[in-house]
Design a binder for this molecule. Structure first.
Ligand code: GAL
Length: 472
């Protein structure tokens, strides 16, 4: 334990993460408008057991207690998201809801009072439903300036205290699961729409960053970036074609969103394979996008093998986690010996290190934050305790690989565990528990799991190191 903590520099940022719709509840309290997730949950069959985020963890009313949980763990940063329709019920500045602004002011102030730095995600998939109804959501570029307006409202309202902004969480998921596979809101199935939605999401990010850089960053001195998700893709064999397949899979997954931001355009393999279905950026848009992230936010959960797809194999993974796999010509699989979480995601800690190294190399060693990493298990509360050994082991191993990546030269600056609390796991409802704290969804009661206590021990080693360091 001591040695693991010691492998990170004193300024390394440790945090936990959540998102608004997954924990807040209070879905129609104090003037909040509905989001596409409120609507999506109401269609039978979309979410397991008909679960909704109506109450969730009731963080809206219990946030002070939740900040205390972080204090007990010793984390120094809290990544949460703002619900767009809580502050702007119809999505536009015409509908400003002061009660929504007040809530986030209370939350931010409470974090700061306890020396916890807020890391604020502006958009974590919960588009105001009014914008879906009026414009067709992310399929319309009319949403782009509206997102920039909403982001500017956040900078205006909270930027005096919030210095770390994430424009979008995982646009890949919003595009692929929301518009490609139809398993997330707004529930569309298409092989064209994901590329359109992704394009508009990227432009929305770029415009929000421009607003920040021109109007706020000079006086507020914060940083702004985007969080993308990616699994690692390991070549199934050493053959050139499998190595190529793994590369293509990574470019379709992460390059889709990171290449325009770091390199100025979509990856070449995407332009070649997707053809006319892939929108093009104008030169002006390319200039706006390039360099539009002060840091590289990464959410990482699992690893799969990639191989060249042959005529007789369908190419789709068992988990459907390959994105628009028909455009990639890649066949995905897992090693049956890899342990799995209750999401059926393989636990492959070295995949995390390899991905960090791949990013570092491709994008010229940017400052990197893991903004989510974690796992779901079928936890049980027994006699007031949750002994989640598998989760503790998961964190120990993944954090160990983060330390290895650091030692190999990756510019990793922080790590946020997903998640502070068990919460509404999207289409899986409350059936999957990702929390460091167990939540009884009947009573709302929180119980620290053994993994939260393990983290507290890790972080106390960290802070004693700092004291020693500063005395020296
Ligand atoms: C991420 C997402 C989170 C959380 C997590 C676990 O993709 O940002 O909201 O649900 O996965 O599935």
């Amino acid at each position: 334990m001591t040695s693991l903590a010691n492998r990170f520099p004193p300024e390394f940022l440790w945090g936990t993460a959540t998102s608004a719709y997954q924990i807040e509840g209070a879905a129609s309290v104090d003037g909040r408008g509905p989001s596409i997730w409120d609507t999506f949950c109401r269609t039978e069959g979309n979410v397991l057991n008909g679960d909704t985020g109506d109450i969730a963890c009731d963080h809206y009313h219990r946030f002070e207690e939740d900040v205390q949980l972080m204090v007990a763990m010793g984390v120094k940063a809290y990544r949460f998201s703002i619900s767009w329709s809580r502050v702007l019920p119809d999505g536009t500045l015409d509908s400003l809801n002061q009660a929504g602004i007040d809530f986030y002011n209370r939350l931010i102030d409470c974090c700061l009072k306890h020396d916890i730095t807020p890391w604020v995600t502006i958009y974590h998939w919960d588009l105001p439903d009014a914008l879906e109804v009026k414009y067709g959501g992310w399929l319309s570029n009319e949403v782009v300036p509206l997102f920039a307006d909403y982001a500017a409202l956040c900078f205006d309202s909270f930027g005096d205290r919030v210095k770390n902004w994430i424009t979008l969480n995982e646009p890949w998921v919003a595009a692929v699961l929301g518009y490609g596979q139809g398993v997330f809101a707004p529930g569309h199935c298409s092989n064209v729409e994901p590329y359109v939605a992704a394009h508009n999401l990227l432009l929305a990010h770029a415009h929000a960053v421009e607003r920040y850089r021109v109007d706020y960053q000079p006086s507020q001195h914060g940083i702004i970036g985007i969080t993308n998700n990616c699994d690692w893709r390991e070549p199934l064999t050493d053959s050139e074609e499998d190595r190529q397949a793994a590369e293509v899979a990574l470019e379709f997954f992460l390059g889709w969103f990171a290449d325009p931001i770091y390199l100025g355009d979509y990856p070449q393999c995407m332009r070649a394979n997707v053809g006319k279905r892939l929108p093009k950026f104008s030169e002006e848009e390319q200039a706006l996008l390039k360099g539009s992230s002060d840091f590289f936010g990464l959410n990482h959960y699992t690893t799969m093998y990639a191989a060249k797809q042959h005529a007789d194999d369908p190419g789709q993974s068992v988990y459907g986690n390959g994105g628009l796999s028909e455009d990639q010509g890649v066949s995905l699989s897992v090693d049956e010996s890899w342990p799995k979480t209750s999401m059926q995601w393989a636990v492959v800690p070295w995949g995390c290190r390899k991905l960090l190294e791949w990013i570092s190399k491709r994008y010229d060693n940017p400052p990197l934050y893991i903004t989510e990493n974690g796992c779901a298990y079928d936890d049980e509360l027994e006699s007031g305790q949750v002994i989640d050994e598998e989760r503790t082991e998961f964190y120990a191993q993944y954090i160990n690989e983060c330390a290895n990546a650091l030692e190999n030269g990756v510019n990793l600056q922080g790590y946020f565990a997903w998640s502070l609390l068990d919460n509404f796991e999207w289409a899986m409802g409350y059936s999957k528990r990702f929390g460091l704290h167990y939540v009884d969804f009947e009573t709302g009661e929180r119980t620290p799991k053994e993994s939260a206590k393990w983290f507290a021990r890790l972080l106390s080693q960290e802070s004693s190191k700092k004291v020693v360091g500063s005395a020296a």
